[in-house]
Design a protein around this ligand. Structure first.
Ligand code: IYR
Length: 224
């Protein structure tokens, strides 16, 4: 069913109401599935079908965005030469960060997570997804700022991470800093800024992840 409201086209929302018990069951199942997600730093080079990557990007792009501007570009890198370039540039920045830019407290906070400047995974994984935020659009030679860009792209990245996990794959939110080398290597236009880099692949055999706990519901919520 279609109609016009205030001169704009609308379609009828198809919404299937669940019973309370179905809702409880579904929300619990979804939580249990998502609670198994872990950030992975050691990957296998086992190939992943390209179609999976296309599907997870389509899922990310279902995220809401400011004024529906969809201010994102997902760059997918599988070319070994390009992955190598990205690794070399990322490790150069990370080396500086770990050795002189990050505070003692920050380094101490990261110790239990076992991170360092080595980013071997950037070459091991079959795919790297580099998410760019579109700060503005160029219309008729004029810069038109997008709205709530960080919030919009952050939500899309959340959807992306969830889709990667649901597809049975692993990822990591990698944030080399500064990230502008990605603009150059990928030849992105001036209105795009790198936001997040996600390796996508299978965890290496016998992967160990830090034995850390998530906060309890009581610690993270208040019901009024
Ligand atoms: N960007 C660095 C450092 C780093 C920072 C935080 I906060 C982390 O949670 C993990 C790592 C890196 O990717 O190693």
């Amino acid at each position: 069913m279609k109609k016009e409201i205030d001169g704009y086209p609308y379609i009828q929302l198809k919404h299937h109401h669940l019973s309370d018990s179905e809702m409880i069951q579904k929300s619990e199942q979804y939580f249990e599935a998502m609670d198994k997600r872990r950030s992975v730093r050691d990957y296998s080079d086992k190939p992943v079908p390209k179609e999976v990557i296309e599907n997870i990007i389509k899922t990310a792009s279902t995220a809401p965005s400011g004024a529906h501007k969809q201010p994102w570009t997902f760059c997918v890198v599988s070319d070994p030469e390009m992955k190598k370039k990205i690794r070399v540039a990322a490790e150069k920045e990370e080396y500086e960060s770990y050795n002189s830019r990050m505070s003692e407290r920050w380094l101490k906070d990261l110790e239990p997570l076992g991170t360092d400047w080595h980013k071997e995974f950037l070459e091991t994984v079959p795919y790297l997804i580099i998410v760019f935020k579109k700060v503005y659009e160029e219309e008729e030679g004029e810069k038109k700022n997008n709205y709530y860009v960080n919030e919009s792209v952050g939500i899309a990245c959340g959807f992306l991470i969830s889709a990667i996990h649901q597809a049975g794959l692993a990822t990591l939110t990698h944030t080399p800093s500064p990230m502008n080398f990605l603009t150059e290597i990928l030849g992105r236009p001036k209105n795009e800024r790198p936001f997040l880099l996600l390796p996508v692949g299978y965890p290496a055999q016998e992967t160990f992840v830090p034995d850390i706990k998530r906060k309890e519901l009581e610690e993270i919520s208040k019901f009024y």
